[in-house]
Design a binder for this molecule. Structure first.
Ligand SMILES: [Mn+2]
Length: 317
């Protein structure tokens, strides 16, 4: 497998498939967005910004790129939203079976539907942690259940869905919404304990779907439907680092970067967010590997230990 793109301008030897623990699937799909188009340009802007990023993470004292980050061939299927979702599903499932830590970058939020399906089929009792300004709980929208407005409907039926930062929804979504597991933006602003409460509701295996519009438009204006009153940078990272520390995050996606050619700061934020999440994931693993060496020879890798697949389940490429 070869790929023309490299995240973060990392040395080529860390961007080869065989050695990479991390794979990144670009899905530059923008077929169902309703207002500002441009999420299909998000991945390129994200990669370009990443090249200007310094690769040592101060907080975790780590250089996570040394675990290897390989960019898979982008999903370009766009004959229909359903066909795109199925293509994403197949690719993700295959990579999970190959014991990669699988990440995705959108595209708009409908790209998460196939990813979530692959993850809940592969990991028992999956929690989907959904950070978003919007509830995205519609069963169908404009005639399709593969619309971005339906991004987590399937997750609400098949996983332990926890929603963070919501501040815009349709009244019909109240029927689907599990209010016990929703942390609205206006509540977060007044509650010092929301992070611990949300983490308490999570099962061990967590997939994170991160819609960039969960962030406040003051720091993330480059998104299709910016909503005032969102999360800020440091509180977002505090929450994510806790989740990665306390749970087995099995994969994540970041969606809805809709780049603006005159303000590149949001593109850089997206690249940094991606790298921060990897840093949290793999600095935990480092601790787990030390634990493994010291105490237990049979300890599996943190990704494989809870997946339903056995090592000999590998697909041929
Ligand atoms: Mn959204």
């Amino acid at each position: 497998m070869s790929s023309p793109k490299i995240f973060g301008g990392i040395p080529e030897k860390f961007a080869k498939y065989d050695k990479a623990k991390i794979v990144l699937l670009p899905v530059p799909f923008d077929g169902t967005s309703t207002w500002q188009k441009g999420a299909d340009k998000g991945f390129d802007a994200f990669i370009e910004a990443s090249e200007n990023m310094e690769l040592y993470d101060i907080e975790t004292e780590s250089e996570v790129y040394k675990n290897g980050i390989f960019i898979l061939n982008a999903i370009t299927e766009n004959s229909s939203p359903q066909a795109m979702v199925e293509a994403v599903y197949k690719t993700i499932k295959k990579q999970i079976k190959c014991n990669k830590f699988v990440t995705l970058f959108g595209g708009e939020h409908s790209i998460s539907i196939g990813a979530i399906r692959a993850f809940y089929e592969s990991f028992d009792n999956l929690t989907v942690l959904h950070l978003d300004a919007h509830a995205d709980l519609r069963k169908d929208y404009e005639g399709s259940k593969y619309n971005h407005a339906c991004a987590v409907y399937e997750a609400s039926q098949h996983t332990n869905l926890i929603q963070i930062g919501i501040r815009s929804m349709d009244v019909s979504e109240k029927l689907t919404m599990d209010f016990e597991k929703v942390y609205f933006a206006h509540e977060i602003a007044q509650d010092d304990f929301w992070m611990d409460s949300a983490i308490e509701q999570m099962t061990e295996n967590v997939f994170i779907t991160f819609d960039l519009d969960v962030l406040d438009p003051s720091i993330m204006p480059s998104t299709g439907t910016p909503e005032p009153g969102g999360l800020l940078w440091n509180e977002t990272l505090e929450f994510l680092s806790k989740v990665f520390r306390e749970k087995n995050v099995v994969g994540f996606d970041i969606v809805e970067l809709c780049p603006n050619s005159t303000n590149k700061a949001p593109d850089f934020l997206a690249a940094k967010l991606y790298y921060k999440m990897l840093s949290y994931k793999f600095s935990n693993n480092k601790m787990m590997e030390e634990f493994e060496e010291d105490f237990d020879d049979n300890f599996d890798s943190p990704f494989s230990k809870l997946s339903k697949f056995k090592d000999n389940d590998y697909d041929e490429f």
